[in-house]
Ligand binder design. Structure first.
Ligand code: M6R
Length: 609
């Protein structure tokens, strides 16, 4: 969603801010702007649309100054437009702010401020913040900020400049990520690490209601009572190149190609080649603890939710504990039955998804033990859950999740096998079988990726379908759900995922001769049944693309095209069958001329409800 970068130092700030914004493009945005303090005044330049528009505008007349803030906006209140884009300022232009998040009580605040004589120029919720800062400003911007945030309900990460305090950049957050970066003779504020990684690896991660007072030579963290906070510096260990394209045409293709390595990295820490058990990064879930657990909730959104469905399926089948998988935006409002014997596992790539975070907080409030399966180190969810299992996929930049999903599936495999072993449902022999197959997954993925040209041909053949059904049974149905989501997201083709057996209860009415049906058939026991369902749609004119295991040649009787994946243990087919689905979505998107890394209307990290 929106992105923030702030700079104070001895260099011209506009270039640093612009470069920082470019690093945040992957978050999704529709307008951008900068504000630069030049000791006499604060100059604001903003544009609708892409950052390159802003760059062109800046080139016309560069704002001089070594202190500034910048923002990419993803519209929530008010359409994407120059006037609604950030930074916003008070009427005299002396107080300027950028904001990520949503102010829930902005209407009420706006009415009050209007009664005091304030005039509003934008449709945004953010504008109330600058007028409140103006209202409370009595010569100290930090005091004004403290009074202002006391009035705000909702979520915010804020960057603030004040004309009369030219030596200060101020930041504060609540329920929206914000970091401060330490340099030499210069310091930074940002919503995300990549924005400033080129300049520093030393970061302060801000918690809710913590204020960062940033000058050229220092960063001071205080709470709302102005108590000083001592915070350890967090050292970023990953490299900026891993956040760049690395020779690939798009982030999505780079991230798809990285999956063998991601799988290997995840397993190397947790499952040794001769292991008799799994190491879950020290998460204590011994038999005694597990025996007390009456229920597990797995809560997430989007692709991460699809990973949770696989987790539910496997934990129930292998470890015999009831699991409810729930979409976070539903879970948080349906008064879920939770007690101290409930385990809640939340899954999130970004670790900042608003609904997932709210679900985690609800679970904690109700006394559940919580585990986070998170990719972004130091993110809010990672910090707030009781235990954390990082998915170690590295930065995922493309909006469509690929490598993070595979890493989440590995986490699901590890957790379900771990719990089943602890509870005595898996024999040593079975464990060794699973272990060996799991350790082969990285090579299996490499093998599938070698056939990318063939998948591209298939994508080309079907790219003009106006309707696609993804069908499967058991785990294959869960794979189908992810395939369908990916196609919608990046190729903008309408698609639905169905349990293969459900088709004839309604959706089969939609099948005609330009419908593509992608049939996932990797489950030995259900193979014949899925075949029958494919025959039913074939008879009604559908084109059939099958994804199945090597050796299942009889599927050619019904399918127009087949993609084979290597044989593996049944529990691991989901990760392999999904790789061709990612490639199909990717190539269809490119062939149709879409912006595959930044699909329309989507944001990488959904930090509002
Ligand atoms: O960062 P999270 O994993 O919490 O994000 C959840 C969803 O927003 C995300 O998976 C979304 O569905 C992706 N665009 C899928 O490709």
């Amino acid at each position: 969603m929106c992105g923030i970068i702030g700079y104070i130092g001895n260099k011209q700030s506009d270039c640093i801010l612009l470069e920082g914004l470019k690093k945040l493009e992957y978050r999704g945005y529709d307008s951008a702007g900068v504000a630069v303090h030049n000791s006499n005044n604060i100059k604001i330049i903003k544009t609708n649309g892409r950052i390159k528009n802003l760059e062109e505008k800046l080139l016309e007349k560069r704002p001089e100054g070594t202190l500034g803030i910048a923002h990419t906006r993803w519209a929530t209140h008010g359409k994407p437009s120059e006037i609604n884009s950030h930074p916003h300022s008070n009427k005299s232009g002396t107080i300027v702010a950028v904001h990520n998040g949503i102010i829930e009580n902005y209407i009420e605040l706006k009415e009050r401020l209007k009664d005091f004589g304030y005039e509003f120029v934008s449709e945004t919720d953010t504008e109330v913040i600058v007028h409140l800062l103006d209202y409370y400003y009595k010569g100290d911007i930090v005091d004004a900020l403290i009074s202002t945030i006391k009035e705000l309900k909702g979520s915010y990460a804020l960057g603030v400049l004040c004309k009369d305090e030219p030596e200060k950049l101020i930041g504060v957050r609540k329920d929206s990520p914000l970091i401060a970066g330490l340099g030499i003779g210069e310091n930074f504020l940002a919503s995300d690490i990549p924005a400033i990684l080129e300049h520093t690896r030393d970061i302060y991660l801000l918690n809710d209601n913590e204020i960062a007072i940033i000058t050229r030579d220092s960063i001071e963290l205080i709470d709302v009572n102005k108590n000083k906070i001592d915070r350890e510096v967090y050292k970023v260990t990953w490299d900026i190149v891993s956040a760049q394209k690395d020779g690939y045409e798009h982030f999505m293709s780079k991230e798809i190609a990285e999956q063998p390595k991601v799988v290997k990295d995840n397993l190397s820490l947790r499952l040794k080649t001769d292991a008799k058990t799994i190491n879950l990064d020290g998460i204590n879930l011994d038999k005694e603890t597990l025996d007390k657990i009456n229920k597990i909730y797995m809560v997430a959104c989007g692709t991460a939710y699809h990973a949770s469905l696989v987790g539910k399926y496997l934990i129930e089948r292998l470890a015999r504990i009831p699991v409810v998988a729930d979409v976070a935006s539903e879970f948080r409002y349906r008064d879920p039955i939770i007690d101290k014997n409930t385990l809640v596992i939340v899954i999130s790539q970004s670790g900042e998804t608003a609904d997932t975070l709210a679900a985690l907080r609800l679970a904690k409030e109700k006394g559940a033990r919580t585990i986070g399966i998170v990719n972004v180190v130091g993110s809010t969810i990672a910090r707030e859950c009781d235990d954390i299992l990082y998915t170690l996929a590295g930065p995922e930049i493309a909006v469509a999740s690929t490598k993070a999903y595979s890493a989440q599936l590995i986490a699901m495999y590890l957790i379900s096998c771990y719990i089943a072993t602890q509870k005595g449902y898996i024999s040593e022999e079975e464990f060794i079988m699973f272990r060996n197959s799991l350790l082969a997954i990285s090579d299996n993925i490499k093998q599938i990726l070698k056939n990318e040209d063939r998948v591209k041909e298939i994508a080309n053949k079907y790219k003009n379908c106006d309707n696609v059904f993804y069908i499967g049974r058991g785990l294959d149905y869960l794979v189908a759900k992810e395939g369908s989501l990916k196609l919608k997201e990046v190729a903008y083709i309408h698609s639905e995922a169905y349990e293969a057996g459900e088709l004839k209860h309604g959706p089969i009415a939609l099948i005609h001769d330009n419908t593509l049906v992608v049939g996932i058939a990797t489950d030995e026991h259900l193979f014949e049944k899925t075949m029958s369902n494919l025959k039913e749609v074939k008879a009604r004119g559908a084109k059939i693309l099958a994804i199945t295991l090597e050796g299942k040649e009889d599927i050619m009787d019904v399918a127009d095209d087949v993609i084979y994946i290597p044989n593996t243990e049944w529990i691991f087919t989901s990760i392999l069958a999904n790789i061709p689905q990612q490639l199909i979505a990717y190539h269809m998107s490119i062939l149709l001329g879409h912006d595959v890394d930044k699909p329309r209307n989507l944001a990488k990290s959904v930090t509002v409800e």
